[in-house]
Every structure is written in structure tokens, then in C-alpha cells.
Design a protein around this ligand. Structure first.
Ligand SMILES: NC(=O)C1=CN([C@@H]2O[C@H](COP(=O)(O)OP(=O)(O)OC[C@H]3O[C@@H](n4cnc5c(N)ncnc54)[C@H](O)[C@@H]3O)[C@@H](O)[C@H]2O)C=CC1
Ligand SMILES: O=C(CO)COP(=O)(O)O
Length: 343
């Protein structure tokens, strides 16, 4: 498959990383962004100086601030816009993307509706063929061509195959999955637990603690996802445990870095300002905490983090409460959506 026109909507870290992969595979990539100066720099110097200044992009990536130029002739449109602006941006191109393949790479939840991004795509462009891309894919490692794998999810098998072919290379491997909701939810939920892991790291907690947190995070996110209708087995794949591991262990994760800064005594505002990029987990934490209460899903790590971040309770006090909580069983969470096990 050569010579396709592919649109990437979003000029941030991940949109740029995806654009670079696709152009390296011989396709014409039209990347849309708001910042005219950045678009000019990408076209002239092939560097995204704002988000990935240390990497030279494939010259087949061409950037513009004209979303209709990017999307109208595209065979496939990747959308890599933070969840808070996702609907507005998709709405602005809906006149030209009907019937096309639209792929979200965004790992977040919409406030108010609790919609995931594939649901927004379906609502805004009902005739589109829809999929999501999610997995352990730190943008800086992807653009550095570190060996990486990801998941494309859709109930449209031909779409999965097309996206696999577009992205597949000797450093980027793409698996398919039909549980679109589970794959997408895994990517959104793990951001919350990356904040928890960053907090633990900043407090100098040991390897036992980190292992416990990752494992219990997986239990908790799976329990929530099953209640929401996802397949629990999805959480044992790249978009579940895979993405959880990478974001809970790497300082390249912005959510991890927000947790680290909070643990060092910074306010949420300071932590976010220092980052200068999107950390979806804070917004997702608020939304998931409310949804879990509504659905009566037991999520002690979400509740504990919420107390620390939004009610300013001390980390040590919340940790002590979690550790001294009711005694629980270990592994049956994965198949029982109503299980009340916990940390
Ligand atoms: N950076 C990473 O390693 C990965 C990020 N993702 C996901 O991709 C999504 C985007 O993240 P990044 O590209 O990393 O974020 P980023 O913070 O690097 O860039 C966000 C981009 O969105 C643009 N933007 C924000 N509001 C906008 C609006 N209203 N209209 C148009 N553009 C707008 C910004 O100008 C910027 O270009 C997030 O949901 C993230 O979870 C997924 C996989 C990996
Ligand atoms: O989703 C990611 C890697 O898979 C990136 O995580 P952050 O948004 O925390 O940087």
C-alpha cells in the first residue's frame, strides 16, 4: 500500500509522532495544527520545535493551519487532539470527512457526557468508519524509532487491516482488537494511575510499593471497565497492562510527572504549568471518581488520589487509610464486575 493521503489532526507530541511513522512508510501526510509559525517550521526544517525539538521528521510530513486542506482529500484521518477540545475540532471538519476512516489516538474522557473519543466521532460524523489507536507509545520513543507496539481497535476488520498496513514497520508493530471500548478505556484510565505512581516515586517508595500499585491499579481499572461493558481480557493486552506499565514507570509520561510534582509539594496548578503539555489523567480522575460512585464500583486508588489532589488531604494519611482498609482477596477481580476486592 503506497501513496495514500493521510491526515493527522493535532500538532502536539503524539500527532507528530504518528505523522512521522506514516510519512516514513511512504505516504503523504497532511498535519493540521493551530500554530502557523510551527507549521511553517515543520515545512521548512522538518522539526516540531514546540513538542519534539530534538527529532528530525520525515519530509513527507507537511503541516498547515487549514483543517479542510488536511482532511478533505485524506483516505484516513487520525485525530490527536486533547479530549477537552476533541469534539469542537472534529465538528469543524465534519463537512469533509463523512464516510472516511477516522482514528482517535486521544486517551481521555469527555466531561459531562462521559463519552470516549470514538463515541464523539460517531456522534459528530455518523457515516464515518471509526477506530482507536492505543498502547504503550510514549511519543518521544516513537519518534526516536524505539521498537514499539500498539493496538488498533474497531469492529471494522478491514479498517484494522488498513491501519496496520499504514503504520507497520520494522520498529512499529500494530496489533488489532475488536473491543474498541475496552482498548480506549484502558488508555484513558491508566493516566490516573500514572499520577499515583509518580507520587509514589517522588516519596522514595520502594519497588514492592511500585509493584503493588501497578497490580492493584490493573485490578481497579479492569473492575471499572467491566462494569462499563468492556472485555476484561483486553486489560491484559498492550492497551491495558502494557500502557499501565510504561506510564507508571517512565518520567517521559506527563501524568507520571504531574504526580511526581504533587508529591514534591507543588500545587496542581504549578504542576500543570510546569508541564506545559496535556496530562489527561487529572480530568479523567474527576470524571471516573464521579462515575464510579454513580455505578457503585469500588475504586480505592481513585478515591485516595482524588482526596489528595482535590481535597488537599495528606498523602501519608490517605496511604495509611488505604493500607489499613478492609482485608480483601487477590485476583478474582478480572471476571467479576461487582467484586469488592481492593488494595
Ligand atoms: N504524548 C504521548 O506520548 C501520547 C499521547 N497520547 C494522547 O494523545 C492526545 C494528545 O496528546 P499530545 O499530542 O501528547 O499532547 P500535547 O500536549 O503534546 O499537544 C496537544 C496538541 O493539541 C493542540 N490543541 C489543544 N487544544 C486545541 C484546540 N482547541 N484546537 C486545536 N488544537 C488544540 C495543542 O496546540 C497541541 O498541538 C492526548 O489525549 C494523549 O493522551 C497518546 C499516546 C501517546
Ligand atoms: O499515553 C502515553 C504513553 O502510552 C503517554 O502518557 P502521558 O500522557 O502521561 O505522557
Amino acid at each position: 500500500m503506497t501513496g495514500k493521503i493521510i491526515a493527522v489532526i493535532g500538532g502536539g507530541s503524539f500527532g507528530t509522532a504518528i505523522a512521522d511513522i506514516i510519512a516514513s512508510n511512504g505516504h503523504e501526510v497532511r498535519q493540521w495544527m493551530r500554530d502557523e509559525t510551527l507549521a511553517e517550521t515543520i515545512n521548512r526544517d522538518h522539526i516540531n520545535t514546540t513538542y519534539l525539538p530534538d527529532y528530525r521528521l520525515h519530509p513527507g510530513v507537511r503541516a498547515s493551519t487549514d483543517i479542510l486542506w488536511a482532511a478533505a482529500e485524506a483516505d484516513v484521518v487520525f485525530v490527536s487532539i486533547p479530549s477537552s477540545s476533541f469534539r469542537t475540532v472534529v465538528a469543524s471538519m465534519k463537512a469533509v470527512v463523512g464516510g472516511k476512516i477516522l482514528i482517535s489516538t486521544t486517551k481521555g474522557v469527555e466531561a459531562g457526557s462521559f463519552d470516549l473519543m470514538s463515541q464523539i466521532l460517531a456522534e459528530e460524523v455518523p457515516t464515518a468508519r471509526i477506530g482507536v489507536l492505543s498502547g504503550p507509545n510514549l511519543a518521544k520513543e516513537v519518534v526516536a524509532k524505539a521498537i514499539t507496539a500498539t493496538v488498533v481497535a474497531s469492529d471494522d476488520e478491514a479498517l484494522c487491516q488498513e491501519v496496520q498496513q499504514l503504520l507497520h514497520s520494522d520498529y512499529f508493530r500494530v496489533y488489532s482488537n475488536h473491543d474498541i471500548y475496552g482498548v480506549e478505556l484502558g488508555g484513558a484510565l491508566k493516566n490516573i494511575y500514572a499520577i499515583v505512581a509518580g507520587l509514589a516515586e517522588s516519596l522514595g517508595m520502594g519497588e514492592n510499593t511500585k509493584s503493588m500499585l501497578i497490580t492493584r491499579s490493573l485490578a481497579e481499572m479492569s473492575r471499572f471497565a467491566v462494569r462499563m461493558g468492556a472485555n476484561p481480557l483486553t486489560f491484559l493486552g498492550l492497551s491495558g497492562v502494557g500502557d499501565l506499565i510504561v506510564t507508571c514507570t517512565s518520567p517521559l509520561s506527563r501524568n507520571f510527572r504531574v504526580g511526581f510534582a504533587l508529591g514534591k509539594g507543588k500545587s496542581l496548578e504549578e504542576a500543570e504549568a510546569e508541564l506545559g503539555q496535556v496530562a489527561e489523567g487529572i480530568n479523567t480522575l474527576r470524571l471516573v471518581r464521579d462515575k464510579a460512585r454513580e455505578l457503585e464500583v469500588y475504586m480505592p486508588l481513585v478515591d485516595g488520589l482524588y482526596e489528595i489532589v482535590f481535597n488537599k488531604r495528606s498523602i501519608r494519611e490517605v496511604t495509611r487509610e488505604l493500607m489499613l482498609g478492609e482485608q480483601k482477596t487477590d485476583v478474582e477481580f478480572i471476571l467479576q464486575s461487582d467484586s469488592k476486592d481492593g488494595v
